[in-house]
Design a protein around this ligand. Structure first.
Ligand SMILES: [Zn+2]
Ligand SMILES: [Zn+2]
Length: 588
C-alpha cells in the first residue's frame, strides 16, 4: 500500500509526563519528613492529583508544580489520610475571592445544566464529604466542579445529583458502575477533554479495609506527524466544494485537527475523491501508569490485573517492611535510629501497645553464650521477623516489599515506586528531588529537599541555606529505605533476569517532592545510566555497611576521609581512625 497522503515518516515526539510525590507517609503520620498521601501526574499543561491528604495544598505550594494546572483529582479510597486535603485545594483552585454578590446565585439557577471545569473522582462518600464540608463551612467558590462516584454493582451513590441537592457551583457528576468483571473501563475516555494529552483512565478494585481503587492511565497510541505541506494545498484546492457541502465545511484546514482528534476518526473522502486518513501509529510504545491506593498487594480481580499489565510505571504502597539485620545493625543501630524517629502518633501508639519491658534483662533467643549471634541464627531470626511484619501488614490491608515485588513481576512493570510508609520509616533527607541521588550526598537543611533545589519554584523563595555534611544517622536512614527497595527489586527483577535483558532496574522508595520523568515506556538510556551509577556506589556503601557496620566517606579536603558507621572504624596500620564529629584529617 502506498503511503497515505499527508503523512510524514516522522514520529511525533512523546510529550513530557512526570510524577511528583507530595506525601509518602501512611495514616500513622504525617511526620515532619513525610506528609500523608498525595501525588501529582504532570502532563505539562495539566496536572492530575491522586489522593489529597490534609497538608497537600502546602506541599503543592512548596513544590514547583503549577497549582492552577490541576484539573482533576482522583481519590483511591475514603480513609482520612487520603481525602482531608481536598476541599482546601478546591478553595485555592476555585477561589471565590472576587466573586460578586449574586453571581453564584445566578450560577445555581443553571441547575443541572452547569458545565464542570474541575473534576473529582472517588469511591462512594466522596460527593457527600465535599458537599457537606462546602455547605457547613459556607465556602465561596468560583467556577463549576463535578464529583463522580466510582461504585460497585448494587452500590448506591452517597448522595444524588438531583437539582435541589447540587451545590451552587456543582454540575451533575457521573455515577460509574462497575461492569460485570468488576472494573471501570471508562472513567475517562481517550481524548476526553482538551488537555491531559488525551490519556484515558480506567480503574479496578484492590483489597484494603475499605473499598480501595487502583487507577490505570494510558497514553493514546503515538502516531506519526501530519505532513501539512502536502495536506494544506490539497484541502485548499477542495475549499469551494467543502463549503458547498451540507453541512458546509467553511474552514478546510479544520480537517487537520479533525484528523488528529481522539479516538482517531475514520478516513475522510474529499470532494476531489482523495481520501485523507488519520496519521498511522508511529511504532513508539504508548506509556501506561498504574497508581494504586492502599492494598494488601496487587489485585484479586483477574480482569483488572490484565488491565495493569506492562505498565511504564507502577506506584504501589509499601507500608511495612522488615529491615534486614545486617542493615539495621542490631541494638546499636536501633539505638541511633530510635533517637531520630519522630515523635509521631504511630511511635506513640507503638510505645503504648507494643511496649517491651525494659527490666535490664539481656539476651535474645538466638544469642549464643558469648552474646554473639551465629550467622544461621541471624538468618532464621531475620526470616521470622519478616514473616511477622508481613502478617501484621496484610491483616491491616497493607503491603510489604514481598507483595510489591511479586505484583511488579506478575504485571511486568518497567519502573516501580513505593509510597505510604509507616512512621517507623522517616524520609532520608536528600537535598535533591531526583529519584537516584548519590547515597552519599550531603543532608538537606530541611526534612525534605530545600525549596531552592526545585529550580522553577513558583515563589522564588531563597532561604540561603546550604546542605550539610552527611552523618551516620542519615546514612543509616538512607540504607534502611534502600534495603526495602532492594527486597522488592530482588523479587521483581532478580540479577539473573537483569543479565538476560541487560536492563538496569531498581525499585525506588519515594520521598516527598521526589519527581520522576517518564520519557518513554521502556527505560531510556539516560535512566539506565543513572541506575547503573547509583548501583555502583550503593554496592560499595551497602557492602561495607553490611560487613563492617559503616563506610569510609571522602569529604571535602579540609575535613578529609571520615568513617560513618554504627560500629567503630576498623583500624588500619595500628592508627585510630577519626570518628564522625571530630574533624581530624585521616592520614593514610
Ligand atoms: Zn492510607
Ligand atoms: Zn487506607
Amino acid at each position: 500500500m502506498a503511503a497515505h497522503i499527508g503523512h510524514s515518516q516522522k514520529a511525533k515526539p512523546l510529550s513530557p509526563v512526570s510524577v511528583t510525590f507530595l506525601g509518602t507517609s501512611s495514616g500513622g503520620g504525617p511526620i515532619l519528613s513525610r506528609n500523608c498521601s498525595s501525588l501529582a501526574v504532570d502532563f505539562g499543561n495539566e496536572i492530575w492529583l491522586f489522593d489529597a491528604a490534609d497538608g497537600t495544598l502546602m506541599r503543592l505550594h512548596q513544590s514547583s508544580l503549577r497549582i492552577a494546572n490541576i484539573s482533576r483529582i482522583f481519590i483511591t479510597h475514603m480513609h482520612a489520610d487520603h481525602t482531608l486535603g481536598l476541599v482546601a485545594i478546591m478553595m485555592t483552585i476555585m477561589s471565590g475571592v472576587g466573586v460578586k454578590p449574586g453571581e453564584n446565585e445566578e450560577l445555581a439557577k443553571l441547575g443541572t445544566k452547569k458545565k464542570a471545569t474541575f473534576h473529582i473522582y472517588g469511591p462512594a462518600g466522596i460527593r457527600k464529604l465535599i458537599r457537606t464540608t462546602l455547605s457547613v463551612t459556607s465556602i465561596n467558590l468560583a467556577g463549576v466542579f463535578a464529583i463522580h462516584e466510582i461504585l460497585e454493582q448494587g452500590e448506591e451513590p452517597s448522595v444524588d445529583c438531583e437539582e435541589e441537592n447540587l451545590h451552587s457551583n456543582e454540575a451533575v457528576g457521573i455515577d460509574f458502575i462497575a461492569n460485570d468483571d468488576g472494573v471501570w473501563e471508562n472513567i475517562l475516555q481517550q481524548g476526553n477533554g482538551k488537555s491531559g494529552k488525551g490519556w484515558s483512565v480506567k480503574a479496578g478494585p484492590i483489597h484494603h479495609r475499605v473499598p480501595s481503587l487502583g487507577y490505570v492511565l494510558a497514553e493514546p497510541v503515538p502516531r506519526v506527524q501530519l505532513d501539512t505541506s502536502s495536506l494544506i494545498p490539497l484541502l485548499k484546492s477542495n475549499a469551494e466544494a467543502l463549503a458547498s457541502l451540507d453541512p458546509p465545511i467553511k474552514h478546510p484546514l479544520s480537517l487537520l485537527s479533525h484528523l488528529t482528534s481522539l479516538p482517531p476518526p475514520p478516513p475522510y473522502t474529499l470532494p476531489s475523491g482523495d481520501v485523507i486518513h488519520p496519521p498511522p501509529p508511529s511504532g513508539i510504545s504508548p506509556r501506561k501508569l498504574v497508581i494504586f491506593g492502599d492494598c494488601s498487594g496487587g489485585t484479586e480481580n483477574s480482569t483488572f490485573q490484565k488491565m495493569c499489565e506492562n505498565p511504564s510505571l507502577l506506584v504501589h504502597e509499601c507500608t511495612n517492611g522488615h529491615i534486614p539485620h545486617d542493615v539495621q545493625r542490631g541494638d546499636k543501630g536501633m539505638k541511633i535510629r530510635k533517637k531520630d524517629l519522630e515523635p509521631s502518633l504511630e511511635a506513640k501508639r507503638d510505645r503504648l501497645f507494643f511496649h517491651k519491658p525494659t527490666d535490664g534483662k539481656k539476651g535474645h533467643p538466638h544469642e549464643n553464650g558469648n552474646g554473639h549471634h551465629s550467622f544461621e541464627d541471624i538468618l532464621a531470626k531475620d526470616n521470622e521477623k519478616r514473616l511477622e511484619v508481613q502478617k501484621k501488614a496484610l491483616s491491616r490491608g497493607h503491603s510489604t516489599p514481598e507483595e510489591v515485588g511479586n505484583f511488579a513481576k506478575t504485571i511486568k512493570a518497567r519502573r516501580v515506586i513505593v509510597n505510604h510508609f509507616s512512621a517507623m520509616f522517616p524520609s532520608p533527607r536528600y537535598p535533591s528531588t531526583e529519584p537516584f541521588p548519590s547515597i552519599l550526598s550531603p543532608i538537606s537543611p530541611f526534612p525534605y529537599p530545600s525549596p531552592t533545589s526545585t529550580p522553577s519554584n513558583a515563589h522564588g523563595y531563597d532561604p540561603h541555606v546550604e546542605p550539610h555534611s552527611l552523618t551516620k544517622n542519615e546514612l543509616h536512614t538512607r540504607l534502611i529505605m534502600q534495603s526495602l527497595a532492594d527486597q522488592i527489586t530482588e523479587i521483581w527483577s532478580p540479577p539473573a533476569d537483569r543479565d538476560e535483558d541487560k536492563i538496569a532496574r531498581m525499585a525506588i522508595p519515594s520521598r516527598d517532592f521526589m519527581s520522576i520523568r517518564i520519557p518513554s515506556h521502556e527505560l531510556s538510556d539516560i535512566e539506565q545510566d543513572d541506575i547503573r551509577r547509583y548501583r555502583e556506589e550503593l554496592d560499595r556503601v551497602m557492602g561495607s555497611w553490611k560487613e563492617c557496620g559503616g563506610v569510609w566517606v571522602d569529604l571535602p579536603k579540609e575535613v578529609g576521609r571520615i568513617w560513618l558507621g554504627v560500629e567503630p572504624a576498623p583500624s588500619i596500620g595500628g592508627k585510630t581512625a577519626p570518628q564522625e564529629g571530630n574533624h581530624i584529617r585521616y592520614e593514610e
